[in-house]
Design a protein around this ligand. Structure first.
Ligand code: GCO
Length: 255
């Protein structure tokens, strides 16, 4: 009765920002559960290299290059995906950037770029994907939030504001789309070793502070997000709506 709960065979999953980093590893995780993978990135050449790598590892994978902040590109490419590959069953809004500066001296362009990419991009891609999911009365949307959806840290205000907004966008998508059998949830990673955080991990002072601030007293590994991701992408979460699951080594449990 329960042996297919986490099985993604026959499901098509689009992960935005998956040419490398967390998105790439999440694509492999979902592929390992049987999903047909669609990678996304802005750079078509780098995307093709990532598609080739995963194909060599035996994954069923395709790549579609588009900028998640440009509605026209999103509409064109997602229509192409539905035509060439089929319906998108699961959307993972992972694409995001990090640009650090103190608020008092921050350029408006930096603020707008981070908000546009990390928050507005998720709205635009989800809006397009939801059209098909609503028509089919089935779908999953997983928004990659952050512990910074809940906490602030000096120099990352636009990132935290965007991830806080993404948490609330997750809840609003869930409220509006649950009636169409679309489950919208989020994952909130703690401090995980990725391209985005490597400079922090290599900074002795920050590294020691982070380990002391994390009850597990260590950084997380990208692979440690995969179990939660497969849960939220599978039928095991069919009655879970508007939840953010924090995979953070206990940071949010601790003062
Ligand atoms: C930072 C980090 C964080 C992490 C992650 C934590 O500067 O504090 O880049 O933003 O990337 O989001 O969940």
């Amino acid at each position: 009765m329960f042996n297919n709960l986490f099985n993604l065979r026959g499901k098509t999953v689009l992960i935005t920002g998956s040419t490398r980093g967390l998105g790439y590893i999440m694509a492999k995780g979902l592929g390992s559960a049987g999903a047909k993978i669609i990678l996304n990135g802005r750079n078509a050449e780098k995307l093709e290299e990532s598609v080739d790598e995963l194909r060599k590892e035996g994954f069923n994978v395709n790549g579609y290059a588009f900028d998640i902040t440009k509605k026209q590109e999103i509409c064109e490419k997602m229509s192409l995906i539905e035509k060439e590959i089929g319906s998108i069953d699961v959307l993972v809004n992972n694409a995001g950037i990090q640009k650090r500066a103190l608020l008092i001296e921050m350029e408006e362009s930096l603020w707008r770029e981070v908000i546009e990419t990390n928050l507005t991009g998720a709205f635009l891609v989800s809006q397009q994907a939801a059209k098909g999911m609503i028509a089919r009365k089935s779908g999953k949307v997983i928004n990659i939030c952050s512990v910074l959806s809940e906490l602030g840290r000096a120099t990352v205000a636009p990132y935290a504001a965007a991830k806080g907004g993404l948490k609330m966008l997750t809840k609003n998508m869930a409220v509006e789309w649950a009636r169409y059998n679309i489950q919208v949830n989020g994952i909130g990673p703690g401090y995980i070793i990725t391209d985005m955080t490597r400079s922090l991990a290599e900074n002795t002072k920050f590294n020691q502070w982070l380990k002391n601030r994390t009850p597990a007293h260590r950084w997380g590994q990208p692979e440690e997000l995969i179990g939660t991701l497969i849960f939220l992408a599978s039928q095991a979460s069919n009655f879970v709506n508007g939840q953010i699951i924090y995979v953070d080594g206990g940071i949010l449990a601790s003062i």
